[in-house]
Write a protein that binds this ligand. Structure first.
Ligand code: PLP
Length: 425
């Protein structure tokens, strides 16, 4: 009899290294596999299931909308889309307009296209007529912006670009949190700076308030767009609806992208463009006018109903605050153990990176070829019923649902502590 793995091997492109786990059912913070084993899910589809699994409000919104109207064209008015755009803009707190996509990479492509449009609208830094369109975008080392051609060009990790040259030109990558290097990278062709305020896939590294402030000033001085990728950080995960507000509340971005947690598991992405007036008298958002962009599925009634239910629940149940509270419990508990295996805990709210001590791992373990400390610990935790995600070689990410309870957090901490105590191989 052929197994699921056999079918995978024969029919699915092997782009992912997959664990043998077969998730079958989810409820709240828990997931059950096909054999009935129960897991505490602190992976949440990599920061996607922000309300946990099958939250009644999300399930009901999807069921009700699916029974009424799943899809219609963007040639028509979609009330759920208009309402969601209004809610998102309320959470941003600045006048602007939203475009809906189906994933994070797509949302970022739209954000990059907005920068290109801006470059054509303001040909050179000093606004000379008939100048060459500015098109260069500064992004950061270790950043991650998705897997489309735009996304991989923007991403500051070489591995994901391998074999895909020639890449879309015009991206410069500089060291994160290095303001001087960022300033030095600006040329007359630069049109935007794009960043995650906490790098997720890059290992949970947060921007400092001084860095964000400096970036904003550089954008103002050189007439650049400030573009924030909130795809992993957004909508409550860091303890605020907007992650940048957890770091520098007064920041005013020009473009923002989201996906992951905003649909709670239903695929949806979006980018928002500031309504601010440009020196031409046009607004920034008006540059993405008729025919500039589109998506067959983006913003359909079903996806928007799901996202409205997620955002409503985050707000009503004050889940940003819960992310802050439970995140602090996790951080303080782990640090209080003073474990030789752990070097630090990074991140904010419920977007946490447990940094592993490279020296302890190399002295006390002999890991098989190709097995990183982070992957080893993730596997050990999984065997004991806790799902987590590696980020790089020495960081284990904890991305629990935003409504995780204190007792679930304690359960996860117990599993981690016990695992660390037994960790030698
Ligand atoms: C910061 C960031 N941007 C973009 C993406 C790409 O999103 P998607 O996988 O939905 O295309 C991700 C996914 O991990 C991400 O973390």
């Amino acid at each position: 009899m052929s197994t699921i793995s056999d079918t995978y091997e024969q029919y699915v492109l092997p782009t992912y290294g997959r664990f043998s786990l077969v998730p079958q059912k989810g409820e709240g913070s828990y997931l059950w596999d096909a054999e009935g084993k129960k897991y505490l899910d602190f992976c949440t589809g990599i920061a996607v299931c922000s309300l946990g699994h099958c939250h009644p409000a999300l399930t009901k919104a999807i069921q009700t909308q699916a029974a009424e109207l799943i899809h219609c064209s963007n040639l028509y008015q979609i009330p759920q889309q208009a309402e969601l755009a209004k809610q998102i803009t309320k959470h941003v707190g600045i006048a602007g307009k939203v475009f809906f996509a189906n994933s994070g990479a797509e949302a970022n492509d739209g954000m990059i296209k907005t920068a290109r449009r801006f470059g054509h609208h303001t040909p050179t830094e000093n606004g000379e007529e008939n100048g060459e369109a500015r098109h260069e975008i500064i992004t950061f080392q270790q950043s991650f912006h998705g897997r489309t051609l735009g996304g991989i060009a923007a991403t500051g990790q070489e591995g994901i670009k391998e074999g895909f040259a020639p890449l879309i030109p015009g991206f410069t990558h500089v060291d994160y949190n290095d303001l001087a290097a960022t300033e030095a990278a600006i040329t007359p062709q630069t049109v935007a700076i794009m960043l995650e305020v906490i790098q997720g896939e890059g290992g949970i590294h947060a921007a400092s308030p001084e860095f964000l402030k400096g970036i904003k000033e550089l954008c103002e001085t050189h007439n650049l767009l400030l573009m924030i990728d909130e795809i992993q950080t957004g909508f409550g995960r860091t303890g605020d609806m907007m992650a940048w507000r957890s770091i520098l509340p007064e920041l005013e971005p020009d473009v923002i992208s989201w996906a992951k947690g905003m649909g709670g598991g239903f695929p949806i992405g979006a980018f928002w463009v500031n309504d601010r007036e440009l020196s031409s008298g046009q607004t920034l958002s008006s540059l993405m006018g008729p025919k500039s962009h589109g998506s067959t599925y983006g913003g359909n009634p079903l996806a928007c109903s799901a996202a409205i239910a997620v955002l409503d629940t985050i707000e009503k149940e004050n889940l940003s605050q819960n992310a802050k509270t439970q995140g602090a419990v996790i951080r303080q508990s782990i640090l209080s153990w003073q474990s030789p295996w752990i070097s630090e805990v990074r991140g904010m709210g419920l977007m946490l990176g447990i940094g592993l001590n490279a020296e302890t791992f190399s002295n006390k373990t002999s890991l098989p070829e190709g097995m990183t400390p982070a992957l080893h610990l993730v596997i050990q935790l999984m065997e004991r019923g806790l799902l987590t995600v590696p980020a790089g070689t020495h960081t284990v990410r904890w991305l629990p649902p935003l409504n995780v309870s204190e007792s679930e957090v304690k359960e996860a901490l117990g599993i981690l502590k016990g695992t660390l105590e037994e960790l030698t191989c």
